[in-house]
Design a protein around this ligand. Structure first.
Ligand SMILES: [Zn+2]
Length: 278
């Protein structure tokens, strides 16, 4: 719309400069006696400039007014559709080039910083220590917290994502709602842990884990040990509700691991900006 308006402009201005040509008529009166001609030239020149000004301002009005209508019409209709998108923090997360299907990229914890929590479950040393403290504290309240899964390598996640996805006939998008793509699991960091209730193992990795005493205890006390739930209901990342999946955010490195990516400001919407600038 705007481009069409602009392309019309040169045509109008060339028409206006066409009006300029009659000023060359002044060359013909020139040879006549100077005393009488000069006021005439001034009169004609003045009249011409008046006409030119009137015509050109008319053109300016003509050119501008339809543009204002053209501009004002699409912008109110566009902005309501744009604003919900830019206000949705989930969308801004997925604008992050390091994310896949809502899952942010994470690097593997160094092998040297991994400690056994229980059985085959390993976590980063700082997180493991706090987790054991938490388990002891819960046990004193008669609650059994069981670590199901801690650190996972990118290779292990590959099997979980593609192998299990194929077994269950799931597309990557369907799979990503339940499991992170390799390279994008919080378990790579060594700070995340899936927790079960030792007295109700049937709820392991199930949404109804949130009915267990273990979950209720975690909800009330985990923050004291530096743990938080990664994917509560309606989380900004759009990952399905995982009441069993907790992450350590109790030291600087873990906090930066999870919150630096989150603090990325949403990119200004590329479609809104050009609309408002011209
Ligand atoms: Zn998990």
């Amino acid at each position: 719309m705007n481009k069409a308006g602009f392309s019309g402009e040169p045509q109008h201005s060339s028409a206006a400069s066409g009006d300029d040509i009659p000023a060359a008529l002044r060359d013909t009166p020139d040879p006549k006696p100077k005393m009488r001609v000069q006021p005439l030239v001034l009169l004609i020149g003045g009249a011409l400039t008046f006409v030119l000004l009137a015509v050109s301002s008319g053109f300016v009005f003509f050119i501008l007014s339809p543009k204002r209508i053209a501009n004002s019409q699409p912008s109110p209709t566009l902005s309501p559709t744009e604003t919900p998108i830019s206000n949705n923090s989930g969308e801004s997360q997925t604008n992050n080039s390091d994310s896949i299907l809502g899952h942010l990229a994470y690097t593997e914890a160094p092998e040297s910083d991994l400690t056994v929590v229980s059985g085959r479950v390993r976590m980063r040393t700082a997180a493991a220590e706090r987790f054991r403290e938490m388990v002891r504290s819960a046990r004193q309240s008669g609650v059994s917290l069981v670590p199901i899964s801690g650190f996972r390598s990118v290779k292990e996640q590959e099997q979980l994502f593609f192998g299990v996805g194929a077994q269950r006939n799931q597309t990557p998008a369907e799979r990503a709602a339940l499991s992170a793509p390799p390279g994008h699991s919080e378990h790579h960091t060594g700070y995340a842990v899936d927790v079960g209730d030792g007295s109700v193992p049937a709820t392991n990795l199930q949404a109804n884990f949130d009915n267990t005493r273990a979950y209720k205890w975690l909800e009330a006390n985990a923050a004291r040990f530096g743990f938080e739930m990664s994917f509560p209901k309606d989380n900004a990342q759009g990952v399905s509700y995982e009441p069993w999946h907790w992450r350590f955010v109790g030291d600087r490195d873990s906090l930066e691991t999870f919150y630096k990516a989150k603090n990325l400001k949403p990119k200004p919407s590329p479609t809104v900006a050009p609309e408002s600038t011209p």
